[in-house]
Ligand binder design. Structure first.
Ligand code: CU
Length: 486
């Protein structure tokens, strides 16, 4: 008999199978479901217009044109993904807790789906909320290969209109060229600085410049984008959503950007933030909320009784560029909103994070195991790493054991913020800079420059799991590690 560990390793080594799902018991037939057929999702090339110019991008849609999927907690996630591209691809279910082989990370959970191939998924949905799906293959995410993944639950009221706002950054430059440019410009900016010249072999990128000041300004927005999109559109031609005057709206904001964080700006409307990354919090009322890459915000709004157009904007961190959608109550006229805000926004901070409190916190428990993850690297050569090791196939998984309470200590030693994402488990923010508190349960947490953030999770989903910075080019250059247990 194979031990579970042997199974784990052999499954890892298998790289030819096109089907990822393990054999499952006969699926329950859903009420109204067409004889228990899985939902079909197609990875496909599609065309959008950006700034009046055509752009060829990727997407994930059902045959009827629906982007992504909307389902219900308690249902099984029964999906067949068809890859219609002429290159391999694989979709990660961001924030869900599937069996590890169905997590959609090429080389970790299994092989990518070859061109023209398909893969099946079948697992129970443990919780509801706002999630999303995106390619974890190469740089496909930059080509908008992402879609909403909404799981309705008892928080979804019949008298509340759901509005999805999917944010993205867009460039007409091919992603591979963007990545090459980052590596080159990192080198040239380094040689022009007063810091010591970079050593050959890229090793310089693995340590902090010794003369770096503690108060050095953060590096934000490495990539200069051509546009910022909300539901695939710019403010020049925005998504206009009809809402009821006096009605209630649930905004599900998803930051599917590859590299860009925003401040969500509700203008004159008060928003009640009720969940982050799908998980409920003690509600926070405000008109502006930060959202890092890969995070989600569930915001309840009450639309005033006066017919009017209410923009929901997202202002780029540290700059004035903005995108957004318009909520149109009644037949109000819609004014053109410029794609630059009147003032530049600040960098994202942890001010809101430190105020968030989980509505359903983890059971208090001492950590059985703690891993410290120094976030390391720098712009020179564009090398990003964890504990000074840029990810490669020979890096062993961080050890842990089933049943343990595990704490991850993120210490950002760089000048860039890093949104850190753990696969297959929800975690709770339990400490910021030495101050313990019962913070939000979520799956992606921002670690700004020089800050220390601690998260806790229960090791209840054995397998091999990715843990990484969600900035696409940081992830791609090595700010990535795995956790493994049986
Ligand atoms: Cu990063």
């Amino acid at each position: 008999m194979f031990s579970r560990r042997a199974f784990l390793l052999s499954a890892l080594a298998a790289s030819t199978a096109g089907t990822l799902a393990r054999a499952q018991p006969a699926p329950q037939t859903r009420a109204g479901g067409a004889s228990g057929q899985p939902t079909l999702l197609r990875i496909e090339r599609r065309s959008i217009a950006v700034n009046g110019k055509p752009a060829s991008v990727l997407g994930i849609r059902q045959p009827d044109g629906t982007f992504g999927i909307r389902t219900q907690v308690g249902e099984r996630f029964r999906v067949r993904v068809q890859n219609t591209l002429n290159e391999p691809s694989l979709i990660h279910w961001h924030g869900l807790t599937p069996p590890w082989e169905q997590d959609g990370v090429p080389g970790v959970s299994g092989p990518p789906i070859p061109a023209g191939g398909s893969a099946d998924y079948d697992f129970p949905l443990r919780f509801g909320g706002t999630f999303w799906m995106h390619s974890h293959q190469g740089l496909q995410e930059q080509l908008l290969l992402a879609a909403p993944l909404i799981i309705r639950d008892q928080r979804d009221r019949p008298d509340q209109q759901e509005v999805i706002v999917m944010l993205a950054d867009f460039s007409f430059t091919p992603p591979e060229q963007i990545f090459e440019g980052l590596k080159k410009s990192g080198m040239s900016s380094m040689s022009g600085a007063s810091s010591p010249a970079p050593a050959s072999g890229g090793m310089k990128g693995m340590t902090m410049a010794p003369d770096m000041k503690m108060d050095a300004k953060p590096d934000l927005n490495d990539v200069t984008y051509d546009a910022f999109l909300a539901n695939d559109r710019t403010l020049g031609d925005p998504d206009v959503v009809k809402v009821e005057p006096g009605g209630r709206v649930l905004l599900r904001v998803i930051n599917s950007s590859s590299m860009s964080a925003f401040h969500v700006d509700l203008g004159a409307l008060d928003g009640e933030l009720i969940a982050v990354d799908g998980f409920p919090i003690a509600p926070v009322v405000a008109r502006r909320f930060p959202i890092a890459v890969a995070q989600r915000l569930d915001i309840r709004l009450t639309i005033p009784r006066t017919p009017a157009a209410y923009p929901v904007l997202a202002v780029l961190e540290g700059e004035s560029k903005q995108t957004g959608i318009i909520l149109r109550a009644g037949s109000a006229p819609i004014a053109r909103i410029p794609d630059t805000a009147s003032a530049a926004s600040s960098a994202l901070t942890l001010d809101l994070e430190s105020r968030l409190r989980a509505a359903k916190p983890l059971r208090p428990r001492k950590a059985d195991r703690t891993h410290t993850l120094n976030l390391t690297g720098e712009m020179a050569g564009y090398v990003w790493s964890i504990n000074n090791v840029a990810w490669n196939k020979d890096v062993p998984p961080l050890p842990l054991a089933k049943g343990e309470r595990v704490e991850l200590v993120f210490v950002n030693q760089t000048r860039m913020p890093h949104p850190m994402h753990l696969h297959g488990h929800e975690f709770q923010v339990v400490e910021i800079d030495g101050k313990r508190f019962a913070g939000a349960v979520r799956d992606t947490v921002l670690v700004p420059p020089r800050r220390r953030v601690v998260v806790a999770f229960d090791a209840n989903n054995p397998g091999l799991w990715a843990l990484h910075c969600h900035l696409l080019y940081h992830l791609e250059s090595g700010m990535f590690i795995t956790l493994g247990y049986v």
